[in-house]
Write a protein that binds this ligand. Structure first.
Ligand code: MEV
Length: 341
């Protein structure tokens, strides 16, 4: 726990000592301190959309891009406030509507711990683009939930964090597969199948990705709904496309386990192609992936919901800067390098 400042916000007897159901002096002490928590972003390597329909997908954390929460105790009776300047200012927990995603994350964490509304300011900042396919929504929820756990002096078990974030995702995203909350809560590369516990990926050789933002926000809820509409119109065609993606995922998993990183590139390209056939690519995403390949990437694809958001390019480490520069020159809002280990 990061102890930033000492507070003595309570004038009377410490309320937590008598009433706190998880009890104890240590916890009462934790509740008086400012604490900080964070959660990473993520990229889907292969398998988005098909994963909603029971196929496997591979996802990795992006540890350097994070949502961060600082929880500062307030004087007794102040209530709980979430300060989220990036997404619309300050929200009071007592008055926020039930479906407000930030309030929901905090309420779920408090309910899980059996705690009443605290006197607390939760200051939220995120380095992740909103509606960019990098798991911003799940990361923000996970960081808030971890902050509440930390403030309450309780360890934030990844399985519990994942389950609580999933509750928020369901309300917010319609029919999420559960991959975002899982990879973000465990902060490890995973193979994910809906409804099953994650399998941690064995990665024989680290590799480099360049993540480039098209600058076009595209809510996942909308692209998932568009694929659903297509699937309802022509289920056989869509099932065939999902199966094709599943085969690419399986081959990619073998490449990762045996360290054949070069062989992963064409699999990303092929996955991008099938995502185009599913109707979730766009001229901008096709252009950026093509630019990345021409600049020397081993392969490139859209990542996440598509129709906007980010692309990933797999590069040799020595070519990452060149690929990133080419993407920026082609109009990408940002190009970020990350190592997957
Ligand atoms: C979003 O990161 C990935 C999608 O497959 C949706 C989901 O799995 O919930 C598009």
């Amino acid at each position: 726990m990061t102890h930033i400042r000492s507070y003595s916000p309570w004038k009377g007897p410490e309320p937590w000592l008598d009433t706190n159901p998880i009890g104890g002096v240590e916890i009462a002490q934790a509740m008086k301190e400012t604490v900080e928590a964070s959660a990473c972003g993520k990229v889907i390597l292969l398998g988005e959309h098909a994963v909603v329909y029971g196929r496997p997908a591979l996802a990795v954390p992006v540890c350097g891009l994070r949502a961060r929460v600082r929880a500062e105790p307030l004087p007794r009776g102040s209530g709980c406030w979430i300060e989220a300047t990036d997404v619309g200012g300050e929200i009071g927990l007592a008055t926020a509507p039930p479906e407000h995603p930030l309030a929901m994350a905090v309420r779920l964490a408090l309910a899980h711990l059996g705690l009443p509304e605290p006197d607390l300011r939760l200051i939220l900042r995120s380095e992740l683009p909103i509606a960019g396919g990098l798991g911003s929504g799940a990361a923000v929820s996970a960081a808030l939930i971890r902050a509440i756990f930390q403030w309450g002096g309780r360890p934030a078990d990844p399985e519990v964090v994942s389950a609580l974030v999933y509750e928020v995702e369901k309300r917010y995203h319609g029919t999420p597969s559960g991959i975002d909350n899982t990879v973000i809560a465990y902060e490890r590369p995973i193979r994910f199948v809906r409804g099953q516990p994650p399998v941690f990926l064995s990665i024989a050789r680290p590799f480099t990705l360049v993540i480039a933002d098209s600058g076009v926000p595209s809510p996942t809820r909308e692209t998932v709904a568009a694929v659903r509409a297509g699937w309802e119109r022509d289920p056989e065609r869509y099932e065939r496309l999902f199966d094709a993606i599943a085969e690419l995922v399986q081959e990619a998993e073998r490449c990762l386990a045996s360290g054949r990183i070069e062989d992963l590139g064409p699999l990303l390209d092929a996955n991008h192609q099938v995502l185009g056939e599913l109707g979730v690519s766009s001229p901008v995403l096709d252009h950026l992936t093509e630019i990345a390949r021409k600049a020397g990437a081993l392969g490139a694809k859209l990542t996440g919901g598509g129709r906007g958001g980010n692309i990933i390019a797999l590069t040799r480490p020595e070519q990452a800067e060149r690929v990133a520069q080419a993407l920026r020159a082609a109009g990408a809002r940002s190009a970020y390098r990350t190592e997957v280990v």
